[in-house]
Design a protein around this ligand. Structure first.
Ligand code: FES
Length: 77
């Protein structure tokens, strides 16, 4: 008997699962901005953004955090 994969809710505010994020990514959405526009992930309380970014990164190898001019300065470790 094959074991299924568990589905995890990433964004509680919008009831979005990791599977939905992966499906959107496989359909061609590759950035957190695109995922937010398509699924609403992160558009309410924002607590899910880091986890959603991890789901994207784990399934694409895309950099988890892409700094912009609006981001706080990055401090080397
Ligand atoms: S849990 Fe995703 S916006 Fe609140």
């Amino acid at each position: 008997m094959a074991m299924g994969r568990f589905v995890v809710y990433v964004c509680i505010c919008n009831a979005v699962t990791d599977s939905q994020i992966i499906e959107a990514q496989q359909a061609g959405l590759s950035t957190m901005k695109e995922i937010t526009e398509h699924l609403g992930v992160g558009n309410c309380c924002g607590r899910c953004v880091e986890t959603a970014e991890e789901v994207l990164a784990q399934n694409s190898g895309v950099q988890k955090y892409i700094p912009s001019f609006d981001s706080p300065a990055l401090v080397p470790a």
